[in-house]
Design a protein around this ligand. Structure first.
Ligand SMILES: NC(=O)C1=CN([C@@H]2O[C@H](COP(=O)(O)OP(=O)(O)OC[C@H]3O[C@@H](n4cnc5c(N)ncnc54)[C@H](OP(=O)(O)O)[C@@H]3O)[C@@H](O)[C@H]2O)C=CC1
Ligand SMILES: CC(=O)N[C@@H](CCC(=O)OP(=O)(O)O)C(=O)O
Length: 325
């Protein structure tokens, strides 16, 4: 029997990627698509390449009080705009929130699926981690749990593709002329993902993450996200790689590589690649991670979480290889 799902925010980058994955998912049937400005548009007008079976769907105006019979709702709305409306969704509908309104919020499970799948399985309200946090936390989890690095001394230098900013509205600053052949640091000192990363690093390590530094950079590519993380610890490259291999031995989406990972290696997939270089003499560890910001950073992770809460195999609908080149 198929599982009836809906996507609100389907016209956006996160919602569009959720549509692509759900359209090919063997157990999910998309029965509801919603938005604001795009409401009233046939899905096929918005996405001319949508599979025939979904061509008849029309994007509805988002209204939690008039949902059809649904098992799972994927919410991909701008952070800050979803909490009030999602609180009105009936309890019988499971929710995966791709946006940032419910991370580490009471009543919601933090859906870091590659690290804590068992904590997610029984949940009905799942907050997907942010794109930078998932790349960072998947990379650091083995080092923190094996106590190979100090949790209070972590510096994250991150790079993201432009789609990380969403399609945006009329005032978007992410047009071609502004982003092509340009590199921009942003969010200095107070990026919105800092609290989420601090809390989870503390949970993983049992120590304080007070010294955390995080600087993201916008780079002129469509998809992809790389974190290069500088940490303190007297360990070797092999010890870090071994810790990660053991941590992720049975996990389907995290790959440990002894080469510095590249964003294209995961493009279009739900994969997360991690690698490490360590110099024990200098007590320096460089931890690296890549994800597709729309895949593991958003919709791929959301489908993985939905699989977990629906009792499906975690990899269902997510086994496609990355797009190369
Ligand atoms: N882009 C990324 O890589 C990632 C995004 N996220 C998070 O996912 C969420 C969505 O991001 P993204 O897809 O990039 O953003 P976009 O700007 O691309 O899309 C936003 C979507 O929200 C809809 N929307 C906006 N306001 C309303 C409203 N009042 N009622 C109903 N629908 C509304 C828009 O619909 P319409 O066009 O119909 O108005 C649009 O479909 C954000 O919280 C973002 O932070 C998380 C991880 C990664
Ligand atoms: C390039 C760019 O602007 N990226 C976004 C990614 C954040 C995001 O998508 O996360 P939430 O789900 O937490 O809102 C940013 O840095 O805010």
């Amino acid at each position: 029997m198929s599982i009836r799902v809906g996507i609100v925010g389907i016209s956006g980058f996160g919602g569009g990627e959720a549509l692509r994955l759900i359209a090919n998912h063997p157990s999910f049937e998309l029965v509801y698509a919603a938005g604001e400005g795009s409401a009233g548009t046939p899905l096929i007008n918005r996405y001319p390449g949508v599979p025939h079976k979904l061509a008849g769907l029309v994007i509805e105006k988002w209204d939690p009080e008039s949902l059809p019979d649904l098992d799972v709702l994927f919410a991909s709305l701008p952070t800050g705009t979803s909490a009030e409306a999602l609180a009105r969704v009936p309890d019988s509908v499971k929710i995966i929130d791709i946006g940032g309104d419910h991370r580490h919020v009471d009543g919601w499970t933090y859906g870091l699926a590659d690290v804590w799948p068992e904590q997610i399985k029984g949940a009905t309200r799942v907050a997907n981690p942010g794109c930078f946090p998932v790349a960072t936390l998947n990379t650091l989890a083995p080092l923190l749990t094996a106590k190979l690095i100090e949790p209070g001394n972590i510096v994250i230098d991150a790079k993201t593709g432009i789609s990380g900013a969403g399609r945006g509205g009329g005032n978007s600053k992410f047009g071609y002329a502004e982003t092509n052949e340009n590199l921009q640091p942003y969010g200095l000192l107070r990026h919105v993902h800092m609290p989420e990363m601090e809390k989870t690093i503390e949970k993983m390590s049992g120590g304080s993450a007070a010294g955390l530094v995080f600087t993201p950079h916008l780079v002129p590519m469509t998809r992809g996200l790389l974190v290069t993380i500088y940490c303190r610890g007297r360990t070797t490259t092999e010890q870090c790689l071994d810790a990660a291999r053991s941590c992720y031995a049975d996990r389907p989406f995290v790959r440990v590589t002894d080469q510095p990972p590249q964003t294209k290696w995961v493009s279009g997939s739900n994969l997360s690649l991690v690698s490490y270089a360590a110099d024990p003499e200098r007590e320096l560890v460089i931890a690296m991670g890549v994800v597709d910001n729309l895949g593991k950073g958003a919709a791929g992770h959301a489908v993985q979480n939905a699989n977990l809460i629906c009792g499906l195999s975690e990899t269902t609908g997510l086994e496609g290889a990355p797009v190369w080149p």
